[in-house]
Ligand binder design. Sequence first.
Ligand SMILES: *Cc1c(COP(=O)(O)O)cnc(C)c1O
Length: 416
Amino acid sequence: MADQDQEPGHVRPRTAVLTRGFDPHLSLGSARPAVFRSSTYVFASPEAAERAFAITTGKIKPADGERADLTYSRFSHPNAEILEDQIVPLEAGARHAAVFNSGMAAIMTAFFAYARPDATIVYTTPLYGGTTGLIHTFLEPFGVRGIPVRAGDTEGIDAAIRAARNCCIVYLETPANPTMTMTDLERASAAAAAHPDHPVVMVDNTFLGPTFQHPMLWGADIVLYSATKYLSGFSDMLGGVALTKSPEMIQKLRSRRSMFGNILQPDECWMLVGRLPTVALRMNRQSKNAQRLAEALNGHPKLTRVLYPTLFTDPEQKRIYAKQCDYPGGIFSIEFAGGKPAAFEFLRHLHIARSAVSLGGVETLTCHPKSTTHSGMSQQELAESGVTDGLVRLSAGIEDWRDLLADFEQALAAVA
Ligand SMILES: *Cc1c(COP(=O)(O)O)cnc(C)c1O
């Protein structure tokens, strides 16, 4: 189960996700992986134990591709290794992965691996609420300065990165939640690469990845996921992933993970391994559904805006979308002319789509960001990022889109 080189032209990602990283002979011939729930692993010899600990604690450098023997499940366990090997080919350009017990655990661990006191983090706004909270209520009191810059403001992001002193991290989330505003990953990564401090470029790719957007190919160093969303896809587990190109970076993240104790548990790893082969199938269907719905609702008299990549009007946003994304994805937002009362009335009248936060599941979910997922933002941040009273976010599932459209239309008709 060692990290393997991704040989170009060997097999394509959708094949590799079913063939890589799992050897049935290590599991009594079981065609699908078993669950190894042990908390501790037996050593072949005292020398083997010594070497395993030396690698795990970073005292000696592993040979290229070598993983330490299993020792204790807080460091790693077979189901984590299988999952990490199988997820790598899905992320174009990635070489290594580490799995965590939630998306926030992956993000927090990446921040703690690279943030330093007195250093700065340049980040796009709006960010996922939990990430914003992590910066404001945890990192800033520790002396790390956050420098927010509006998502999609290509020149502004360039300038902010160039001007940042002692910059340790450039953190990007694109498309932004819930406005779908896109940030040019290549430009931001190039600005970071030209910076004398060589800040680590991290991209939260939860909304469009791994199927439709490939940050590593544009220069990102670490790609982060809430696996709770599309990767697992059934709204029935929490998980997080960090992927890197560099063996040193993954080693650092795994070593922090061993300290924090936030590795994904064996049962959850096993579940997620079973979901990976269908990520592309589900996301393609969800993207098609969302596109049909968003385009059908666009121009509805009760809506002021439908926010979706194929409906972008801003030339810069159109340019970034065309360059950076394969498909528009399964999430869109609609804005009601009648503000919050109209948005709430719409949510009250839906029969198929459920009112819940989260996204990426096979069932369609809707929420009112300003009063829920984004309620921690200040009035100024809300206004700047376009999270208005009338905005409703929708995450398309895999239902028949015609039933969803009928549901939305009847709920829209019920809005005064
Ligand atoms: C949900 C989400 C997270 C946090 O993930 P958890 O698995 O809930 O911890 C981070 N970023 C984005 C974009 C998300 O949607």
